[in-house]
Design a binder for this molecule. Structure first.
Ligand code: ADP
Length: 372
């Protein structure tokens, strides 16, 4: 999705792909095949490039440090990226810079979890510190035996570090997308609401409906503080919980998760904002002036296409675009698998109920649901 923006700006993209049939390889001409942990492949990738950036966080930080030492512009660099790779490092640093997050602690033994559960009086959420995505590596527990497998694996040295945090009684999930360039300029897009189903983002509403002024100000301030405090370059997505204020004032936010790259919560910007997150990421990592982040419509709703009963979602394309000429379809060229993010649809307009219904209907048709 970065390709059209790069083409328009005259930027040559070279992308390392794990497979020659991957989504990126279908649209980027210069797409060598290799693993993100293969030093030789990365060295060949950066040859002659102005900057190295990422579309996922699973990259070896020691190698990135060596590249920086060799004069390669790595954006974001390993020191920033680690906060999107390791939930314990991230929470420790957010605590240190005063960003509100759920009550948490690292977990090294079962007794610590028993103590924490006794303190919070009920349910808590145990998470693997590394490698989780789309809710994998997240378990709601009421008793420590429910994560006995993870604790045993960690104790034997085969597992990954764990943390536990309070189960937050949130009213909804919000996200703020922010871009920062090395010379310091920062821009945020409007706060959005993200609707999750089974730990996966299903829908994003931009801007978040009925957002209180105080909540909006806090969300934007927190995202900016994180981008600056962690030295992020490029696009950063900050996922948050909205929680009722204890004093009955405007709802507050608690930060849950960070992604240092264009993110699903920002796909609406492809059609709904003056500058998309993909163009902005390129501008930011190249240290170009950032683009206007204003919305183009009162509302934009992004609906994900999660799995499909069709052999290929393009089988429904004629019907989708025929029914709704304003729906913007983005398909990723992926093989259909149950629940897999195959694409998304953006619909913009002035009536939220109508915009939401049309985005959902289009995504449902692409999933192969006839009465969507
Ligand atoms: P991942 O990194 O795998 O996406 P997250 O930490 O974002 O995992 O959690 C996935 C989902 O689980 C969140 O979007 C939220 O709905 C729920 N969740 C995560 N942490 C908590 C929490 N502390 N309290 C309540 N719900 C949570």
């Amino acid at each position: 999705m970065m390709t059209p923006a790069a083409t328009a700006l005259g930027i040559h993209l070279r992308v390392l792909v794990e497979d020659s049939s991957s989504s990126a390889a279908q649209v980027v001409v210069d797409a060598p095949v290799g693993s993100a942990s293969d030093e030789e492949a990365i060295l060949a990738l950066v040859e002659g490039a102005d900057v190295l950036t990422f579309e996922h966080e699973h990259v070896p930080n020691a190698l990135l440090d060596r590249l920086v030492a060799a004069g390669v512009a790595v954006r974001p660099d390993a020191a920033a990226l680690v906060h999107a790779q390791d939930k314990i490092v991230m929470r420790s640093h957010l605590d240190a810079i005063g960003v509100p997050i759920p009550r948490w602690r690292p977990l090294t033994a079962r007794e610590e979890l028993d103590d924490f559960l006794a303190q919070v009086g009920g349910a808590a959420v145990v998470k693997t510190a590394r490698g989780g995505y789309d809710g994998k590596g997240v378990r709601v527990v009421r008793a420590s035996h429910e994560v006995a497998d993870w604790l045993d694996a960690m104790a034997s040295g085969a597992g990954v570090p764990l943390l536990v945090e309070e189960k937050v009684p949130f009213t909804r999930e919000l996200a703020v997308l922010v871009a920062r360039r090395p010379s310091g300029e920062v821009r945020t897009w409007p706060v959005v609401e993200s609707v999750q189903q089974d730990g996966v983002c299903a829908e994003v509403v931009a801007p978040a409906p009925d957002l209180h002024a105080g909540t909006q100000a806090e969300a934007l301030e927190v995202a900016t503080r994180i981008a600056e405090g962690l030295g992020v370059t490029g696009v950063l997505a900050v996922e948050m919980f909205e929680v009722p204020a204890p004093d009955g004032g405007d709802p507050r936010v608690l930060v849950n998760e960070l992604a240092m790259r264009p993110h699903n919560s920002g796909h609406w910007t492809l059609d709904g904002a003056v500058t998309s997150q993909f163009e902005q990421h390129l501008r930011a990592v190249l240290d170009l002036p950032l683009g206007d982040t204003s919305p183009l419509a009162t509302w934009t709703v992004m609906a994900n296409v999660l799995g499909s009963s069709l052999p290929d979602p393009t089988d429904a394309l004629a019907e989708v675009v025929g029914r709704d000429p304003q729906a913007k379809v983005h398909l990723y060229g992926k093989q259909v698998r149950p629940g897999r993010k195959l694409g998304h649809v953006n619909v913009s307009g002035t009536d939220l109920a109508d915009v939401r219904a049309r985005a959902r209907a289009a995504a449902a048709l692409l999933r192969g649901e006839r009465n969507g």
